[in-house]
Design a protein around this ligand. Structure first.
Ligand SMILES: Cc1ncc(COP(=O)(O)O)c(C=O)c1O
Length: 461
């Protein structure tokens, strides 16, 4: 730490936190006997807790967000300068950083043209769903309103975003859900639903067509997919999948929404995950890496064709997109996003992500040679997973408590923060997740792998 923080203040911080903060995704009973973790500072890939202990963060702020790493003074300066000049005005008007970032963003997304600002990944997806629903009303008498989502994908935490969530444990106890959302099969070949098929990618895509035909193509308005499934187990779609998905969407006039909330802004080595596959989406949503967590911002990006469906007779007071997000008018988000993008470009972080991603995936493959519990290593760029099994032949998933022991030991013994699929899929929360900041070096990755290696040996040998 840089010494600015006063160690003596932290007991009060801990007690205030324990008394009043409701932590995300946390069972608070444990804080009756242990202290909540407070992160005090960050620099690069390192964070320090209330006890001054340094950790290597292999998950970019726990949830794949801080793409350019901690302690970027230039982003803080850009945000500060913008805020003292003009902090907020409702999104019916424009702002300097909003306009400038939209141009920079669209320059990285050939085929796309409009940016709608809001604050979170869930909200960005909700906007996309509202766009689909309004198009259904205006163009198809309300009929083509169904939205397909994929098993194991996640699109957010609000009730409607969860309605499109393919993770049962995330959804349990929060229903009833918004009608009109229909699931399609996942595309994880390692756990093939059709046994040993030759062209698994095409088979999994054809399963989408089967759902469209079952529901009636005239009722299906859109399909939302993560380019690489994140919290559902780091699933990289198999060869043949995406071209067939695109073909099916075009054939049945189904809008394709790509959820880039995790993969966007370089995480997979391209600006956006979908760009690895030559896909032409109708809408793209993004959030986490857009400003690397330096400010809250999300975007729902559409083609001009989608946008034009909302341009109509100005006397028709119902035809335009009647949506607002108050904090979508905050200028801190686009100001931070502009500087974030400049850093990604100037420091060649996409290239680093590709190179270091290969190094990381190779290292995970190396763990397979050493550990019987390492079932499959998957990933794209600096976004990798290692699925753990009790038995390689039967692929019986390693029980979640054992997976958690490995994650826990990395943290407690090695001060390395790794992630895992958690509270997502019953019996299948067995994938370790790694998504270090895009500035990661070989030696950072060596340290992460050494921690996992020793922890797996300790817990499972
Ligand atoms: C793929 C994906 N989409 C959407 C979301 C929701 O984003 P937020 O938590 O910002 O609402 C997440 C969050 O983890 C995500 O992983």
């Amino acid at each position: 730490m840089d010494g600015v923080s006063n160690q003596n203040d932290f007991q009060e911080v801990v007690e205030n936190d324990r008394a009043h903060v409701w932590h995300h995704l946390s069972q608070h009973k444990k804080f009756e006997t242990s202290d909540p973790l407070i992160i005090i500072e960050g620099k690069g890939l390192r964070v320090w807790n209330q006890a001054g202990r340094e950790h290597l963060d292999a998950v970019s702020g726990g949830v794949w967000t801080v793409n350019v790493g901690y302690g970027r003074a230039s982003i803080a300066d850009a945000v500060r300068d913008q805020l003292v000049k003009m902090n907020f005005f409702g999104g019916t008007t424009g702002s300097i950083p909003g306009a400038m970032f939209s141009e920079r963003l669209i320059s990285k997304m050939p085929g796309m043209s409009r940016v709608y600002y809001s604050n979170s990944g869930s909200e960005a997806n909700e906007k996309a769903y509202k766009i689909v629903r309004q198009i259904a009303h205006n163009k198809y008498g309300g009929k083509k309103h169904k939205i397909l989502y994929r098993e194991r994908d996640y699109h957010g935490t609000t009730i409607t975003a969860l309605s499109s969530g393919g993770q049962e444990e995330r959804k349990a106890q929060y229903g009833p859900y918004t009608p009109g959302f229909v699931s399609v099969p996942h595309c994880l070949e390692y756990r093939s639903q059709w046994g040993d098929v030759e062209d698994y990618g095409v088979r999994a895509a054809n399963a989408i067509e089967e759902v469209i035909l079952r529901e009636g193509a005239d009722t299906v308005g859109a399909l939302i997919l993560e380019p690489v499934t994140a919290g559902g187990g780091v699933i990289v779609p198999p060869d043949g999948y995406w071209p067939r998905v695109q073909e099916i969407c075009k054939k049945y006039d189904v809008l394709l929404i790509i959820d880039e909330v995790v993969c966007g802004m370089g995480r997979t080595g391209e600006w956006f995950g979908y760009q690895h596959y030559g896909i032409e989406p109708d809408m793209v949503t993004m959030a986490k890496g857009v400003a690397s967590g330096y400010a809250a911002i999300s975007c729902t990006v559409t083609t001009e064709e989608v946008f034009n469906m909302f341009k109509a007779d100005p006397n028709d007071h119902m035809s335009y997109f009647r949506d607002i997000s108050t904090f979508g008018g905050c200028t801190a988000g686009p100001a931070a996003a502009l500087e974030n993008m400049r850093i990604l470009e100037e420091e060649n972080l996409l290239e680093n992500t590709t190179n270091m991603g290969e190094y990381l995936l190779d290292a995970l493959e190396g763990l397979k040679a050493k550990h019987a519990v390492a079932g499959e290593a998957r990933g794209k760029g600096l976004f990798c997973g290692l699925e753990l099994v009790s038995d390689r032949d039967t692929k019986e998933p390693l029980p979640e408590p054992v997976v958690q022991q490995i994650v826990g030991r990395c943290f407690s013994e090695h001060a390395v923060v790794i992630g895992s699929t958690n509270r997502s899929l019953p019996g299948l929360n067995n994938t370790l997740c790694l998504s270090p900041a895009l500035i990661a070096t070989k030696s950072d990755i060596d340290e992460i792998i050494a921690a996992i290696d020793e922890s797996m040996t300790y817990v499972t040998a």
